[in-house]
Design a protein around this ligand. Structure first.
Ligand code: ACM
Ligand code: ZN
Length: 765
């Protein structure tokens, strides 16, 4: 198998091609260039021999519609010829551009990939397009290269879904995970149960802004939609032509409020509830009784007629067990089947569905919660709460798709720019996506065999439109395409150069509303013994900044509208007046289309040395101790980096005020975002010392969010505040975190996350 590939490669070395920067994303295994061009005049002759019909239509349409290149298709065309080859790695293709183009491919899919690569090689302008002479050899690394789309929280029309698929296919994704049902809307017609779409597809209101905002407000508009079975078939056929498998997801037993609004008899209580207009996790889930499982088997029976995919996704995530705990029918199933608890009941539920799907020749895949209570014999796992679920599945010799929130949740923020449109929270910049590796470190080849690939998820609570969907997906999807396609991806800087040199134009050709986050000017904050040093950096060497300050502070430490060049620094001194000051910046740079806005709080503790006795979690460690005193107040919704995140039961750190002073007050802000399993702590204990030998311990205080003027001035919405009034040099802070997530919340019973930022101490000499 390897021999024939090698042979091709040697042939081309003799024709003097040399390695070059690949314009193709995802980067091919081999990309070589030679001197010279092949002009693509207005008439491009394509030899139809060995060219599959649907790929011919795709290629011609792209050349004509996107480039206005007229094509002639015949059995003797010579500008572009195709040859089918065997004995290659799966989905192998090569492209040779000399005086004509030769595409060699092993499968129809790889012929399609080759054509997409070829389109990315078109250079020049209208009427003078050309190819640089080049040689490409390529095949994918992972077999599951997925993007997911939630059409429940917001609905996307058939045309929009088709466009999502179109754009995916440009970057060689091959799996479209269609999240068709959830609490806020059931989107697939099921003929046996018409109320699923008559009732379940519509909600009467939708929460405004971020759902963690207080007070919540709602827009009282009826919202919804669904796909008829004919439309579903149309989308599946459309995707098939682009060599994309559509994997449907029907959520169970949780995230089922829309279904239960239509058929409340399949819940535990039978209570009639509406389709909710609020995001989050709900206690009402499918009952584990036989009638509910039979109902879901009926639904799946129709689903199977529409989707030929090998895998069927059954959800399985975030199913609170509150109803099951007290439901006589659920408890009866537990007793009769000798189950230990409600987790084993969930496992029993999934196993019933697994047996059903297996009997129909399909495979079940579910979110990693399906591991709890025991993994069903044939199930594959989609790992979203980190890598652990995928690791556990592979160790049990089950297949897994890696889709960890840390790297693959494209509903997270992608830049620190406060202008970013509201997102669910979290921080997943493109660099982080690029650093993703679906194979966990230390995995053997045998274990790696069970990792099918990876996938990014587009949950749409805060993605109401196609424009916003494209903004959140691109260019991060290009980074993910690299991760999933390339066995050895080039360094990030090389990828970025290909993106800037070629793909900005390419995405513009397709009118993609991509994010410019990569080109935003950046502010980096360093610690200085007197306060903070701010460093400004542009996306390119030529960048310069117009620093506009908006502050009503007297005696500003720097002048307004200063002109800053790259690598200039500004020193912001610790405030000596025992007050909290607000500074607003607007950074405009030549290459950044959007100005970046920042707000800093200058307070008496900025830049102070802090010893973190408890270390934050690796993925939420921000800039370490500096994060606590960098003047950037952690915001809601959280973006990740401005907070320190802990999954421990206690957090301890010591602040060094550098000399003995009269410590008056402490303010320490916490994040409350229960949808992300992040909860305020239980209590806090403050201790003061002069030499760190003897400590004076203040009484433990229960956490209550402060409403004080200082908390407001600091912009802290959920701050612990305590008067200290003691002399000393060191302040020890001991935070007792909430031990378990309370019942009824997402992740109930699990250890919650505790996120903290920022720390303010008020003190006098
Ligand atoms: C998930 O994000 N609840 C799978
Ligand atoms: Zn029940």
């Amino acid at each position: 198998m390897k021999k024939s590939v090698l042979l091709l490669f040697i042939c081309w070395i003799t024709v003097c091609f040399s390695f070059g920067q690949s314009p193709i994303i995802p980067s091919p295994v081999v990309y070589k260039i030679a001197v010279g061009k092949m002009s693509i005049a207005n008439h491009f002759s394509i030899n139809s021999e060995n060219l599959p019909a649907e790929i011919k239509d795709f290629l011609v349409q792209k050349l004509v519609d996107t480039y206005s290149i007229q094509t002639v298709i015949s059995a003797s065309g010579s500008d572009l010829t195709f040859k089918k080859i065997t004995n290659t790695p799966p989905d192998f293709y090569s492209i040779t551009i000399n005086d004509g183009v030769l595409i060699q491919y092993s499968t129809s899919a790889s012929c399609f990939y080759a054509v997409n690569s070829l389109l990315q090689l078109i250079e020049g302008e209208k009427d003078s397009y050309y190819f640089s002479k080049a040689f490409v050899q390529d095949y994918p690394n992972f077999q599951w290269r997925g993007l997911h789309l939630d059409v429940s929280r917001h609905f996307f029309s058939v045309e929009e879904v088709k466009r999502f698929i179109d754009l995916m296919s440009l970057y060689k994704f091959n799996t479209f995970h269609w999240h068709l049902t959830d609490d806020q809307g059931w989107r697939i017609e099921i003929k046996k149960y018409p109320k699923l779409t008559e009732i379940g597809a519509w909600r009467d209101s939708t929460v405004n802004g971020h759902y963690s905002a207080s007070p919540r407000t709602y827009s009282a508009e009826r919202y919804g939609g669904f796909y008829t079975q004919e439309q579903i078939k149309e989308v599946v056929a459309y995707a098939n032509k682009k060599f994309i498998t559509v994997v449907p997801e029907i959520e169970m037993p949780g995230h089922s409020r829309a279904a239960l609004a239509a058929y409340p008899q399949y819940s535990c209580t039978g209570k009639q509830l509406e389709v909710p207009g609020l995001w989050g996790v709900f206690e009402e889930i499918f009952c584990a009784k036989e009638e509910s499982i039979d109902f879901l088997k009926d639904v799946l029976t129709e689903v199977l007629t529409l989707f030929p995919s090998e895998y069927i996704h059954i959800g399985g995530d975030e199913a609170p067990k509150t109803r099951w705990n007290t439901c006589p029918r659920c408890q009866k199933v537990i007793r009769e089947n000798g189950l230990k608890d409600e987790h084993e009941l969930q496992s029993y539920f999934i196993q019933e569905i697994d047996e059903f799907l297996t009997s129909k020749g399909r495979k079940l895949i579910g979110w990693d919660e399906i591991l709890e209570g025991g993994l069903s014999p044939n199930a594959a796992v989609m790992s979203w709460r980190g890598f652990e679920g995928g690791i556990e599945a592979a160790k049990q010799k089950h297949f897994a798709v890696m889709s960890p929130g840390s790297h693959c949740y494209f509903d997270h923020y992608q830049s620190k720019n406060p202008n970013e449109p509201t997102a669910i929270g979290g921080f997943t910049p493109i660099e982080k996506v690029y650093a993703f590796n679906p194979i966990p470190p230390g995995f053997s080849e045998q274990q790696a065999f069970f990792i099918l690939g990876g996938q990014a998820n587009l949950w749409t609570e805060y993605i109401p439109t196609m424009t916003q969907l494209e903004y959140m997906t691109y260019p991060r999807a290009l980074a993910l395409a690299q991760v999933l396609w390339c066995k050895q991806k080039p360094p990030f800087e090389a990828f970025k150069k290909s993106f800037v040199d070629y793909h900005l134009t390419y995405l513009k050709r397709y009118n993609v509303n991509y994010s410019n986050a990569l080109f935003y000017s950046q502010l980096t904050i360093f610690k200085n013994k007197n306060g903070l040093k701010l460093n400004f950096k542009g996306a390119s060497k030529e960048d310069a900044f117009q620093l506009e300050t908006r502050t009503n502070e007297k005696n500003s430490q720097f002048s307004e509208n200063s002109y800053i060049t790259e690598n200039d620094t500004i020193l912001l001194k610790r405030s000596k007046d025992n007050q909290i000051h607000t500074f607003n910046f607007k950074l405009t740079s030549k290459n950044s289309p959007d100005p970046a806005h920042f707000e800093l709080k200058i307070h008496p503790a900025i830049g102070l040395p802090i010893e973190l006795i408890t270390k934050p979690a690796e993925q939420y460690k921000g800039d370490g101790a500096l994060t606590l005193v960098d003047g950037v107040i952690g915001v809601t919704p959280w973006k990740g980096n401005e907070w320190l995140g802990y999954d421990t039961t206690q957090i301890e750190f010591i602040v060094d005020l550098t000399r003995k002073v009269k410590i008056e007050e402490i303010l320490l802000n916490f994040l409350q975002d229960d949808g992300s399993w992040i909860h305020s702590p239980e209590s806090i204990q403050i201790s003061v010392s002069t030499k760190k030998k003897k400590w004076r311990n203040l009484q433990i205080q229960q956490f209550i969010a402060s409403q004080s003027a200082n908390a407001k001035k600091a912009g802290m919405k959920n701050a612990f505040e305590q008067n200290i009034n003691l002399k000393g040099r060191f302040v020890k802070v001991k935070v007792n975190c909430l031990k378990y997530i309370p019942d009824g919340y997402a992740g109930e019973g699990k250890t919650p996350w505790t996120f903290t930022d920022e720390l303010i101490l008020l003190y006098k000499e």
